[in-house]
Design a protein around this ligand. Sequence first.
Ligand code: GLA
Length: 337
Amino acid sequence: MSENFGVKSLSLKEVYRDYFKIGAAVTVMDLEGVHRDILLKHFNSLTLENAMKFENIHPEEGRYNFEPVDKIKNFAIENNMGIRGHTFVWHNQTPEWVFLDREGNEAPRELVVERLKEHIKTVCDRYADVVYCWDVVNEAIEDKTEKLLRESKWRRIIGDDYIKIAFEIAKEYARGAKLFYNDYNNEKPYKLEKTYKILKELLEVGTPIDGIGIQAHWNIWDEDLISNLKKAIETYASLGLEVHITELDISVFKFEDRRMDLKEPTDEMLELQAKTYEDVFKVFREYKDIITSVTLWGISDRHTWKDNFPVVGRKDWPLLFDINGKPKKALYRILQF
Ligand code: GLA
């Protein structure tokens, strides 16, 4: 009997209905063709891969670009899906104007906070009927040196309390949507420790944080993944936080691996990938009282940000559907348990 006997008709969102939401990161183009079919069958949550980021939705002072976001919002509402709002405060993909005054000098703190407030209010108001949570702050923890907080313009201009301020603003305008802090590698011990410390301090001074996003840009070769993940979920839960898995993809390459010779993934890679998806979803299910949403960072291997990262021009195959949108064995492993 073939491995996928009987599972072809199963849908991820149905199978996981009593566990957590199942999401995918999307662009407007994903609302057509084979990706549309996959979205309709398997997913009940969407994250906008880029369209809601500051530089896309608010490229100039006083000018918002709502069009692609509205299209995805309408698609979500028509199909009973929710949206994970992504993201307000991030050191990347934020336009320069936010940090400059009219003369082109660095803007004062009050002006930057005022702009952030106006931005958060406008975006929250427009999408309140479909967004169930916001990544209020993305990637604020430093991970290259011993320091706790990453340097960024947000931090330099507003000060170390910029995270607290951003959450307070979001709390005011998010109309009950849950508020998240989102980051990568935060299941790994070196960053878990820093993140725990920062979040604990923020919570102690009353910062309205509901949950933590574990981005989950993983690979098939990480032997510590499962134990790190469990420890991280338990540590964050001990702070009373919900956990979302926000950007899941499982690369076939070790991060340090720079090989460029493959035209397609090997059988060994696909098997290891299926096993890794199987193992991490087992953990997600085990912690279903803490994990309330799991989002894949893309739909199929047809296009993924991993095609260019960390090796420019190298194809990767990190998702649950292949380059033609056909299910991979990883999908079958998480549909049947
Ligand atoms: C980070 C961001 C995402 C995305 C990825 C790369 O994880 O949070 O929005 O830009 O990098 O695709």
